[in-house]
Design a protein around this ligand. Structure first.
Ligand code: AMP
Length: 417
């Protein structure tokens, strides 16, 4: 029989790695909550139409990368390739715009895109993201960008570059589209196959094409930022001024487009320069999408959001230690003491400690080896003598203390200290 393996580009996360994941996820949750966001969880499967309508028919994700299939009822379903569209659907479906003026949501979970797997690029990957509905202003954009930078700092990821751009809105977009088409048409024959096909329907996509010949032509294309209308320009100026006031460094990159159609006005990206990132160095991408809720049939609620790839974050913080899985490891001197050990373990766990033991009746030496490997701070020893005295031997594996402590409140206090 052929060996059973996971789907290409979809990885297992084994318990040995999970400490680092928890650290990133918990830091993100705490940070988002500090900024007033609350968690939302949406299904991993959605009607295909949701993504076609929001991300855009003429995009890499929708044209090439979605895991789409028909269920037994003949309905077309898709594994979510990103989180923004699902959140917007849930926001409308549950009538949230009528319940509160501003909503701040965060999410964390797996996304699916059938891309060519590489380091930092997978077919199942995890994103942590935030969305704000109902606030049209540039200060909200600045706060969001700043939060991402603070979050990365909290993880020790400081060597990053923040790029911002504005894609304008409504009229600006229309005027720019015309200017861009007028520039691109004479070059059409030299564009990649994808870009030639997309040119008339979605010329903006030519600008974020990865093909070298497209990038060469795109380099001299007219810049959207030069076509911004008055209100769009004022929004962008206030965003920059607020980032300045926060002391958050950024660079304006007028070539930043990003591969999804729904963006309007503010667009941003955070790229990492350190660690083991390689070519996939975009840690975070986000922007405004003031038209999506209305396009979904709702009221004209402005919105902004971002998503970060957790795998890429972990690559950028290669050296960082994860949280240890245990606080205390109990070493049992003789197999006859295992029943007492189980009772002691439960006491420790009830007191909130992550505690474990090896109860297979192995030698003390072997048990101590496991205690060391577990990363636990405390090694506890239960022997006949300790049992008779109602004590436990306590050894601080990261410090100097070693001594007997009375089993009970004194032990709990010692481990807390
Ligand atoms: P996007 O949803 O395309 O704006 O991407 C936002 C972030 O998700 C990127 O900056 C990456 O960190 C991450 N990301 C996107 N696609 C992948 C992928 N195939 N594998 C791993 N991370 C990804």
């Amino acid at each position: 029989m052929a060996k059973l393996r996971s789907v290409k580009g979809m990885n297992d996360l084994l318990p040995a790695e999970i400490g680092r994941w928890h650290r990133v996820e918990r830091t993100f949750e705490r940070m988002a909550e500090r900024y007033g966001f609350a968690e939302v969880r949406t299904p991993i499967l959605e009607p295909t139409e949701l993504f076609v309508r929001s991300i855009g028919e003429v995009t890499d994700i929708v044209e090439k990368e979605m895991y789409t299939f028909e269920d037994k009822g003949g309905k077309s379903l898709t594994l979510r390739p990103e989180g923004t569209a699902s959140c917007a659907r849930a926001y409308l479906q549950h009538n949230v715009p009528n319940l509160e003026p501003v909503s701040k949501w965060y999410y964390l979970g797996p996304m699916y895109r059938r891309e060519r797997p590489a380091k930092g690029r997978y077919r199942q990957f995890y994103q942590a993201g935030c969305e704000v509905y109902g606030d049209p202003g540039p200060h909200c954009d600045a706060e969001m960008i700043d939060m991402v930078v603070r979050f990365l700092e909290a993880l020790g990821v400081r060597d990053v570059e923040v790029l911002i751009n504005s894609l304008g809105s409504g009229d600006t977009r229309e005027r720019y589209r015309e200017a861009l088409l007028a520039y691109l048409r004479p070059h059409a024959a030299k564009l990649s196959e994808d870009s030639q096909r997309r040119l008339e329907r979605n010329p903006l996509r030519v600008l974020d094409s990865k093909a070298a010949q497209d990038q060469e032509i795109a380099a001299d294309a007219p810049r959207l930022i030069d076509h911004l209308g008055e209100e769009d320009a004022a929004h962008f100026e206030e965003l920059k001024a607020t980032l300045d006031a926060l002391g958050t460094p950024y660079q304006v990159d007028s070539s930043l487009v990003r591969g999804l159609d729904y963006y309007t006005r503010t667009l941003f990206e955070v790229r990492g320069r350190g660690g083991d990132l390689g070519a996939q160095n975009t840690l975070c991408g986000g922007g405004r999408y003031d038209g999506m809720i209305r396009d979904f049939g709702g009221p004209p609620v402005p919105a902004i959001g971002f998503a970060m790839g957790i795998e890429r974050l972990l690559l950028s913080m290669e050296e960082a230690e994860g949280e240890a899985a245990l606080d205390a490891f109990l070493v049992v001197q003789a197999p006859e003491l295992r029943r007492d050990a189980v009772v002691l373990l439960r006491k420790l766990r009830d007191a909130g400690f992550r505690a474990d033991a090896d109860l297979r009746g192995k030698s003390m030496k072997s048990q101590f080896r496991r205690a060391d490997k577990s990363g636990a701070r405390w090694a506890l020893v239960l022997g006949e003598q300790e049992k008779a005295a109602g004590e436990v031997r306590v050894k601080d594996l990261r410090g100097d203390f070693e001594g007997n402590v009375a089993d009970g409140d004194e032990l709990i206090a010692k481990l807390r200290g």
